[in-house]
Ligand binder design. Structure first.
Ligand SMILES: C[S@@+](CC[C@H](N)C(=O)[O-])C[C@H]1O[C@@H](n2cnc3c(N)ncnc32)[C@H](O)[C@@H]1O
Length: 334
């Protein structure tokens, strides 16, 4: 490999190794070997060597050894993309950004109806919904990428591409995405996190106990309620989930709710039939995402009835009355 052009002497580099089922059993040893090989090759060629920077290397090299076969690759992202960069202020036990993104994806929400997280915490679900609705890419806040240090990097093409992406980010209307939480501190964090994203100021945040919220009908609800630690007022966690089920039944007609829990057994206490349940791991937690479809509310029923009436009226207006010389349909046919 042409390490001189890939790394050179002016750029810093780091190796991230993983080993499995191989004669080499220590990833640190493996990465040290590759580091020495790169440094020695470059030093032999030009007499000087590049520095290693494990925290913020210009060039990140991945070494993966599995079944005694090694794959060496350059990391085009430069760092793990699961950290979006908007969440500098998080509460305890926040949802991973990627898990939140998966929840929004699995909800099939397309930005065409209101979305609410009534226990939004630091706002991870709201932020991912916002990025989805505005078309903001996951790496939007990342300042630099590994590929910018590739030998064939085309700075002009990249800046033109970035410009196209930036121009493609579309605004959203106020009221489309909203969140609430009982904790002031949580809302403060959510506001700060959202403000780092384009159009984050269009997300409505309210301090409220979700049980006191106005009815939320014909929308999509995504939420990640507490798992049982530190419930205010000494409430039992099972009762908390039962009340959540009551809230869905009484105030959320026509809404599809997605509830993500770290403890799957808690879903049993919601007391509503799930449309489906899916496994979704959040760090060490074997989480589950459950979907609940509430019956259509009166407003939705009225809208559907109105639409049906309008369609019927339109079809009567456009159909031509049969003329005198039109043959009457053959009643005996069929
Ligand atoms: C597991 S955390 C949510 C974490 C969030 N998804 C995030 O990424 O930061 C649960 C949240 O529910 C809130 N909460 C608990 N009881 C509530 C209630 N009755 N009404 C509204 N929010 C409540 C807590 O303040 C906490 O922020």
């Amino acid at each position: 490999m042409d390490w001189m052009s890939l790394v050179g002497t002016e750029r810093t580099f780091a190796i991230f190794a993983s080993v499995s089922n191989s004669h080499i059993t220590h990833s640190k040893y493996a990465s040290l070997k590759l580091k020495d090989a790169i440094v020695d090759t470059i030093r032999d060629q030009v007499g000087s060597r590049p520095d290693v920077d494990r925290r913020e290397p210009d060039v990140s090299i991945n070494l993966h050894i599995e079944n005694n076969r090694a794959t060496v690759s350059l990391d085009a992202a430069g760092r793990s993309m699961h950290r979006r960069g908007y969440r500098l202020d998080a509460m305890e036990a926040p949802l991973q950004e990627t898990v939140a993104a998966a929840i929004i994806r699995m909800s099939e929400w397309k930005g065409d109806c209101p979305l609410l997280d009534p226990m939004c915490g630091s706002g991870t679900l709201l932020a991912e919904a916002l990025m989805m609705a505005t078309g903001t890419p996951a790496g939007y806040l990342q300042k630099s990428f590994g590929f910018e240090h590739f030998p064939d990097f085309d700075a002009w093409a990249w800046s033109a591409h970035r410009k196209t992406i930036d121009e493609g980010i579309k605004p959203i209307e106020k009221g489309l995405i909203s969140g609430s939480d009982i904790e002031t501190e949580a809302l403060r964090n959510a506001r700060k996190n959202l403000s780092r994203l384009p159009h984050g100021d269009m997300v409505t945040l309210t301090k409220a106990d979700y049980r006191n919220l106005a009815p939320f009908e014909d929308g999509v609800m995504v939420t990640n309620p507490p798992y049982g630690v530190r419930l205010s007022g000494g409430m039992k966690i099972e009762d908390f989930y039962k009340e959540l089920g009551d809230f869905f039944k009484q105030k959320c007609s026509g809404t599809t709710a997605f509830v993500y829990v770290g403890k799957p057994e808690l879903l049993k206490t919601v007391g509503l039939r799930t449309t489906w349940k899916k496994e979704l791991v959040n760090g060490a937690l074997e989480g589950r995402l459950a979907r609940y479809d509430m019956y259509a509310g009166q407003r939705e029923k009225d809208r559907l009835r109105r639409e049906a009436q309008e369609a019927a009226a339109a079809s009567t207006e456009t159909s031509t009355p049969p003329s005198a010389d039109t043959e009457a349909p053959d009643q005996t046919a069929g």
